[in-house]
Write a protein that binds this ligand. Structure first.
Ligand SMILES: C[S@@+](CC[C@H](N)C(=O)[O-])C[C@H]1O[C@@H](n2cnc3c(N)ncnc32)[C@H](O)[C@@H]1O
Length: 187
């Protein structure tokens, strides 16, 4: 893997919905993506998608949970937690693991939603952590992350939040495309 290749861990990757936006970067070795999910069926779907987009060389998919990451310290540049925070069994344990495997100056990108109406209470009931952005930020700070970006919006029937947090500020150089795509809700 070239030295400059960004190493990204997608926790609770599902079928990697944003994959189509990153096929070119994956093919050019700009990104190496590891997706983990405890659901083996969803891992198979992600695998099929990676084959369809022709990016299997730069994607590894594994059955794993956020609470027990089987990676070396300081390995990743970025970690994605997209719509997965609400499902974590243990937020503190997961954030400790994220902190451990992130390099200094690395960043975690999180997004999720809460405050569902009664009409979709089945979603609310599936969530273990229906937390506001303020609560998540507190949790991140308790686990030594610095907050770089916060956005929280009520939209129709629920509240969405987006947060970028960093592990230490030194050596920090965020990838502009990823940051822009995140803020513009492309990923
Ligand atoms: C709502 S889906 C989000 C999928 C994808 N990230 C997205 O944005 O569409 C939540 C995912 O988190 C996974 N998940 C549940 N508990 C988890 C845990 N403890 N650690 C990591 N992933 C978990 C689920 O299997 C599921 O695929």
């Amino acid at each position: 893997m070239p030295k400059k290749t960004l190493k990204i861990l997608d926790i609770g990757c599902g079928d990697i919905p944003y994959l189509k936006y990153y096929t070119s970067d994956l093919k050019k070795n700009k990104i190496f993506l590891i997706g983990i999910d405890p659901d083996i069926k969803i891992i198979s779907l992600a695998q099929i998608k990676a084959i369809r987009y022709g990016v299997t060389k730069n994607i590894v998919l594994k059955k794993m949970t956020a609470e027990n990451l089987k990676f070396k310290h300081f390995f990743f540049d970025y970690i994605f937690l997209f719509n997965t925070y609400a499902h974590l069994n243990n937020v503190d344990k997961s954030f400790k693991e994220v902190f451990r495997v992130l390099r200094d100056g690395g960043a975690i990108f999180l997004r999720d939603s809460y405050d569902f109406p009664d009409s979709v209470r089945f979603i609310r009931n599936m969530h273990k952590n229906n937390h506001t952005a303020t609560h998540v930020i507190e949790k991140l700070k308790e686990n030594y992350f610095s907050i770089r970006y916060i956005n929280e919006n009520r939209e129709c029937d629920k509240v969405y939040w987006r947060i970028v947090a960093m592990k230490n500020t030194f050596g920090y150089k965020i990838n502009k495309k990823i940051e822009k795509d995140f803020k513009n809700r492309k990923i």
